[in-house]
Design a protein around this ligand. Structure first.
Ligand SMILES: [Ca+2]
Length: 313
């Protein structure tokens, strides 16, 4: 089987960084056509820079990185420095990137790439607010049916919210974009907090990263140490959830996950529940299923895969 073509749309973010590293560590299965940065955890100039820092850490300065939308479609940007630190990648001390940012806008890259490849051969992997993807779909509706699959991190049902009591961060930042994507008709897999909160970096798992004793292994351990402080205070959990790498792991090993094919709709008007993903988990409506909503992960299998792959970089 040839490797699967993907575009990673991202707002790095320590967990985005690990998701990117996992993809770049798996060239037999995954061809990263490009990385598109979006405003989210931190503003766009930082996410576009951080994406390049991670490519260079992986020894892959050849991967093209594009800057995309610097603000949500209809709202002011909300960021998450309280989780990720001022740079978005706080923890390790990584050098500024030397590789250039591409001149093309991320939205144009997404449109051009989907049009240039045969239908059903490019998968989108959004790890941040869905602004770039929704803008591309709105500007070029013809590309929607060309998408092989969208595997995204965002939303929650049983875990409800992490930025408001009702909403997960990626969806909350740009609910209009999420609405466009979820209603697009493209095949969608959603990695909500319900599953990512089961992908916890315990001390033993973080020690395994550090024990790789490579620049990548040490940087991942330091990134995880950094945002773990926040999560432990907030959730009292045994370690930080590694949200975004669930997306890459699903591309590599879908058998590690399971969920339900259900309807997922986003609240875009209520002040109280803005950005809430209303997931019809119990199938109590007649709304047509539009996404595979994941709820279960083989967490140890996931961390074994991650550690084994990071060791290759
Ligand atoms: Ca992210």
């Amino acid at each position: 089987m040839p490797p699967r073509n993907i575009i990673i749309d991202t707002d790095p973010g320590q967990d985005d960084a690990v998701a990117i590293l996992l993809a770049l560590a798996s060239p037999d299965e995954i061809e990263v056509l490009g990385i598109t940065a979006v405003a989210g955890n931190v503003p766009l100039p930082l996410t576009a820079k951080n994406a390049r820092i991670i490519c260079e850490l992986a020894g892959r300065p050849d991967v093209p990185v594009y800057a995309g939308c610097d603000a949500p479609i209809a709202r002011k940007l909300v960021t998450a420095e309280h989780v990720h630190g001022k740079t978005g990648l706080d923890g390790p001390d990584l050098p500024d990137p030397v590789m250039p940012l591409q001149d093309t806008h991320a939205v144009d890259f997404i449109i051009d790439t989907l049009r240039a490849h045969a239908p059903g051969t490019v998968t989108l992997c959004p790890l941040g607010p869905l602004t770039n993807i929704a803008t591309a779909f709105t500007r070029a509706p013809d590309i929607v049916t060309r998408v092989q699959e969208i595997v995204l991190m965002g939303g929650a049902y049983f875990e409800v919210g992490n930025i408001t009591p009702a909403a997960e961060f990626n969806i909350y930042v740009d609910p209009e974009a999420a609405d466009i994507v979820l209603k697009s008709g493209a095949p969608i897999v959603v990695m909500p907090l319900d599953v990512t909160h089961k992908a916890l970096v315990t001390k033993a798992r973080n020690d395994a990263f550090r024990a790789l004793d490579t620049p990548v292994g040490i940087a991942v351990a330091q990134m995880t140490d950094f945002f773990e402080r926040f999560d432990k205070e907030k959730y009292g959990s045994e370690g930080a959830p590694l949200h975004d790498p669930c997306v890459t792991a699903y591309i590599l090993r879908p058998d590690l996950f399971s969920g339900r094919h259900i309807n997922v709709t986003v609240e875009t008007t209520s002040d109280l529940t803005l950005g809430m993903t209303v997931a019809d988990w119990w199938r109590v409506t007649d709304r047509a299923p539009n996404a595979l909503f994941i709820g279960v992960i083989d967490a140890q299998g996931f961390f074994d895969l991650l550690t084994e792959r990071l060791a290759r970089l």
